[in-house]
Write a protein that binds this ligand. Structure first.
Ligand SMILES: [Zn+2]
Length: 301
């Protein structure tokens, strides 16, 4: 049972919008690909865990802190007798393991995920002890991509290589799984400790002026759209939708990129490149957002 859902990282959501509304720098482009791949890997592991029929509590995406040190856990499973912690890696291609170091073939060194998981496991052990639980933790780095090869992989580490995933899932299937309120309390306590935003949260750099305004097609993201009656049409792919839906989607992009700015009728009119009349925008906002302020100070949220 999933106790805490996984959501797309904010930075990924922002970069996805920016990809259609700015020319991404090569660095941002590679951040986007990396975050997307990481998220897809985590989702893939979620779908594998879904196939387990025995009971466990799954807590995803935890950002925790112990003694001032922030650490992150991709997937945590609470089972009857122990806690499983997973760091999910969606690497593909050839890698080499040498003297406790990881290299992407031939010699690009990357952070050793075994060190990463050892650190977060140690912090988690201390944190749950402080919360009043004293359960064993079994942690793993799981390489989820079947096109991942690791040369010189040492046996008996906490790594789960692609060819070992099935047997690990079978093993999970066999462990005792009677859960009670104590297991739930642990899950709830951990979720209470979860930080919404990392103090190290990276925000891609951009400004309102740099970003392309306008309604983008909901299917192909083209900006060549036109309004006919109450419908927005894409000139590139023919996709269409009621204009109010276009306004809502476009405002969501705005909120993601500029959470500090207020949504008002004239702001949205400008953000939608004046394609929709202020009257139309006002009615779309009223139907889909809450209203605050009065008269010319009215805003939506
Ligand atoms: Zn289109």
């Amino acid at each position: 049972m999933i106790y805490k859902e996984r959501s797309k990282p904010l930075e990924l959501l922002q970069l996805e919008v920016l990809a259609h509304r700015t020319a991404l720098s090569p660095k941002k482009q590679s951040d986007l690909v990396k975050l997307k791949k990481g998220f897809e890997g985590e989702r893939l592991f979620d779908s594998m865990l879904e196939s387990l029929s025995n009971k466990h509590l799954q807590v995803n995406d935890l950002l925790l802190t112990f003694n001032g040190t922030v650490f992150q856990i991709d997937t945590l499973l609470i089972t009857q007798e122990k806690i499983f912690v997973y760091e999910v890696k969606n690497f593909h291609g050839e890698f080499i393991y040498e003297q406790e170091k990881f290299f992407k073939f031939p010699q690009q060194e990357i952070q050793n995920p075994l060190h990463q998981i050892a650190r977060s496991t140690s912090l988690l052990t201390q944190l749950i002890r402080k919360l009043g639980f004293n359960w064993p933790i079994q942690s793993h780095v799981i390489f989820i991509n079947k096109n991942f090869t690791l040369f010189n992989a040492p046996p008996n580490t906490s790594m789960i290589l692609p060819t070992q995933i099935d047997s690990h899932l079978e093993y999970l299937q066999t462990i005792p799984s009677r859960l009670n309120h104590v297991h739930k309390r642990l899950a709830e306590k951990l979720i209470e400790q979860h930080l919404d935003q990392s103090p190290f949260q990276k925000k891609p750099a951009y400004s309102y002026e740099q970003v392309k305004k306008g309604i983008l097609c909901g299917k192909c993201s083209s900006s060549i759209v036109k309004l006919e009656g109450r419908t927005v049409y894409c000139d590139d792919c023919g996709w269409n939708e009621p204009f109010a839906d276009s306004v809502v989607r476009t405002v969501h992009d705005f909120v993601l990129l500029f959470p500090e700015m207020k949504i008002t009728v004239s702001q949205t009119h400008e953000w939608c490149n004046s394609l929709i009349s202020k009257k139309g925008i006002s009615s779309a906002l009223q139907k889909n957002f809450k209203r605050g302020g009065k008269k010319r100070w009215t805003y939506y949220y």
